[in-house]
Design a protein around this ligand. Structure first.
Ligand code: ADP
Length: 295
């Protein structure tokens, strides 16, 4: 797969005319198929481009392949066929390159995955460990590293809880620590797997808004899987709809019609889901009538 470094961006509703965007591509997926041991086809011929600074939401029912797609993006799962190409790194399967790619790719999880008996600051500093040798991590981190951790906690509004044990924090605060830990990694990409699934609606809106803001401020490309359609419509620059391991929708939040939601969640005929005048293109997904409008 050729790495061109720039994205070909289509005007919404104009699938044929291709215009060149100045925003750099970060990751390309080209006909990615993932078959797990046992024969489950989790992803089938998925192609997509992710560009710097975009907030992309993955929507789809349970088992549609959202987590597998996220895991492909940071090399935790290797495609059975097809390719994942990463900006700057020609061969993401190589161990050293994979480590570099993971260092710039931060993860945020539904259950936070924090060390609950440690302080908020200690958890945030875990985000810095990828920048040090294993031997170095046995010793206290230098002051400049601690300053980064403090700055990140301040950004998420939790400086006053820096020394608090994480198990004393609310669910929303714990997820703020998760965001601060991701930020401390100084990533180019943040992958978030259902980051608001365990939060009440008010906290969920606050956390997703915060995540979007910090990504925009730092030109971080975010790819976030969600169950909440209304949240996707509120925050996403771009939505990828998955159904049974295939991309059945790729477009802006304003293009996410009820028909398309029906396709995503009920696997109805994709042809019926494409509104008239919408761009249609198979784009390597082998799904008739796929709705596409993407960089
Ligand atoms: P989602 O995140 O949308 O719920 P997943 O990517 O977790 O979807 O799963 C997609 C499909 O792959 C499901 O059928 C799931 O059961 C299967 N799957 C996920 N992980 C594994 C695994 N490690 N081994 C075997 N099957 C898996």
């Amino acid at each position: 797969m050729e790495w061109s470094g720039q994205s070909d961006e289509r005007d919404p509703g104009q699938p044929v005319r291709v215009v060149t965007s100045r925003r750099p591509r970060i990751i390309l997926l080209d006909d990615v198929t993932v078959v797990y041991p046992g024969g489950v086809v989790a992803l089938s011929l998925v192609s997509a481009t992710f560009v710097a600074g975009d907030f992309t939401v993955l929507l789809g029912p349970s088992g549609s392949g959202k987590s597998t797609l996220l895991r492909c993006l940071n090399g935790m799962v290797q495609p059975t066929s097809g390719q994942v190409a990463v900006e700057g790194f020609p061969n993401v399967k190589d161990g050293r390159i994979l480590r570099q790619h993971r260092r710039r790719t931060a993860m945020i999880f539904q259950q936070h995955q924090l060390l609950i008996r440690q302080s908020a600051l200690d958890n945030v500093l875990i985000g810095r460990l990828g920048y040090h040798s294993s031997l170095r991590t046995l010793f206290p981190l230098p002051k400049r590293e601690i300053a980064i951790g403090i700055e990140c906690l301040e950004r998420v509004g939790l400086l006053h809880k820096a020394m608090e044990r994480v198990d004393k924090l609310s669910g929303g605060e714990q997820q703020r620590v998760g965001i601060a830990r991701a930020l401390a990694q100084k990533p180019q990409i943040i992958l978030a797997d259902e980051p608001i699934a365990s939060l009440d609606p008010a906290s969920a809106t606050g956390i997703l808004g915060l995540l979007r803001d910090v990504c925009k401020e730092n030109d971080i490309s975010a790819i976030v899987s969600l169950h909440q359609v209304e949240m996707a419509k509120k925050f996403a620059d771009r939505i990828i709809g998955l159904s049974s391991g295939r991309i059945v929708f790729l477009g802006g939040r304003d293009e996410l019609t009820d028909n398309i939601l029906n396709t995503i969640y009920h696997n109805a005929s994709a042809r019926n889901a494409v509104p008239s005048g919408s761009p249609t293109e198979t784009h390597g997904n082998s799904f008739p009538g796929l709705a596409v409008s993407q960089p």
